[in-house]
Ligand binder design. Structure first.
Ligand code: NAP
Length: 342
């Protein structure tokens, strides 16, 4: 029997999760929810999802011709797992509802870590989420850092990490903020919250991050420096990263590209849905090893990078499989991950 999943919140992250869940052979989408009857509600219906809304909003939706399947409580009651993709801070307010209806829930990185029993990244701590009631998939930047750290950590002993995070100013659909005409210290203190968030998954890691926001909406970019316990070779690092799940190496020289704009253009040209790039993109030419120090540059599509981990989190909490490799294989096969690259 397939696991019945509902998605509370059908915005940037929620709509992508709904699509990804509907492509998994062992899961089905019960429905999605919204509170405002705007274009996203029409999109949900046109894409075949049942739409659930707060009880006092049903008439408002129906007066605009948007068919409502029931209340958010109805949606949660008919599901085995809730994925909460409501705006940052709203998920925590829903936790009592999920609890009272006895449903396990997956929260997003905009919630505080204490909303869940465990902060989650498949490569780093799948086993910690097995059978848990509440799991939080960490943010886009944290997921990206954990993908590269988790991959390297399997083969090399890491001593220390420093990363500069160059964040997009806003998501493409946003009209209330950004693109800004500035480089904003985001935040103006060190470490930024990203290092603290990485440590919610890997508490013993020595990591410092600094973050700035810049006037772009397409992707983030990180400059990462990792110090290892022993010297290593560049070719070993490239080999490990090449075979890591959900990481693609892009050779800037070979393809004649050196920007996030061109990455997004390739995704459009390859007919990727919504020009999504859920893989972490590591710029191969940037990989530099000196003794026991590695420096690399990576780019992160903030709107889609956390989607595979949300799918994996469903398998972990329902124990569809206890094996992270098998879980990632099923998720990635059905999302076409790493299969599109030129
Ligand atoms: N965007 C990113 O780059 C990104 C990346 C990684 C993680 N995240 C995290 O993912 C979460 C969602 O972010 P997002 O960017 O997807 O936000 P978003 O685009 O603003 O989408 C939020 C969705 O939730 C709905 N919503 C708002 N209030 C609700 C409520 N009380 N009950 C039910 N639905 C409600 C919204 O529609 P209505 O207003 O119609 O209700 C909208 O569909 C946040 O924790 C964020 O930090 C975001």
């Amino acid at each position: 029997m397939r696991v019945r999943v509902c998605i509370n919140g059908f915005g940037t992250i929620g709509k992508r999760i709904a699509d990804a869940i509907s492509r998994q052979p062992d899961m089905e989408v019960v429905g999605v929810s919204k509170t405002r009857p705007n274009y996203e509600a029409f999109v949900a219906i046109r894409r075949g999802f049942k739409l659930y809304v707060p009880k006092d909003k049903i008439l408002e939706f129906e007066n605009l011709g948007i068919k409502v399947a029931g209340t958010i409580e109805d949606m949660v009651s008919s599901s085995d797992v809730v994925i909460d993709a409501t705006p940052a801070g709203t998920g925590a307010k829903y936790k009592d509802l999920y609890k009272s209806l006895g449903k396990p829930a997956i929260f997003q990185g905009g919630e505080k870590a204490d909303v869940a029993d465990v902060s989650f990244n498949t490569l780093c701590n799948y086993d910690k989420a097995l059978g848990k009631r509440y799991v939080r998939v960490v943010s886009c930047n944290t997921t990206a850092l954990l993908r590269v750290i988790g991959s390297l950590k399997r083969y090399f002993r890491i001593r220390k990490i420093f990363a500069v995070i160059v964040r997009r100013g806003a998501d493409p659909k946003e009209i209330k903020r950004g693109p800004i005409n500035a480089i904003v210290l985001d935040p103006p203190k060190v470490p930024s919250h990203h290092a603290i968030d990485v440590k919610t998954v890997l508490p013993d890691l020595d990591i410092t991050t600094v973050a700035v926001a810049v006037p772009t909406t397409l992707m983030h970019t990180h400059i990462v420096r990792i110090e290892f316990e022993e010297p290593l070779s560049r070719s070993d690092v490239v080999r490990v990263l090449e075979k890591s799940p959900r990481i693609i190496l892009v050779n800037s020289d070979r393809y004649g590209i050196r920007s996030t704009a061109e990455l997004a253009e390739i995704a459009r040209d390859m007919s990727r849905s919504r020009y999504d790039i859920p893989e972490l993109v590591i710029w191969e030419d940037s990989i530099t090893v000196t003794g026991s120090e590695l420096i690399l540059v990576q780019s992160v599509h903030q709107e889609s990078i956390v989607i595979p981990e949300n799918v994996d989190a469903v398998r972990a909490i329902t124990r569809l499989t206890d094996n992270p490799e098998e879980c990632m294989r099923i998720t990635d096969e059905n999302l076409g991950i790493k299969r599109w690259w030129i």
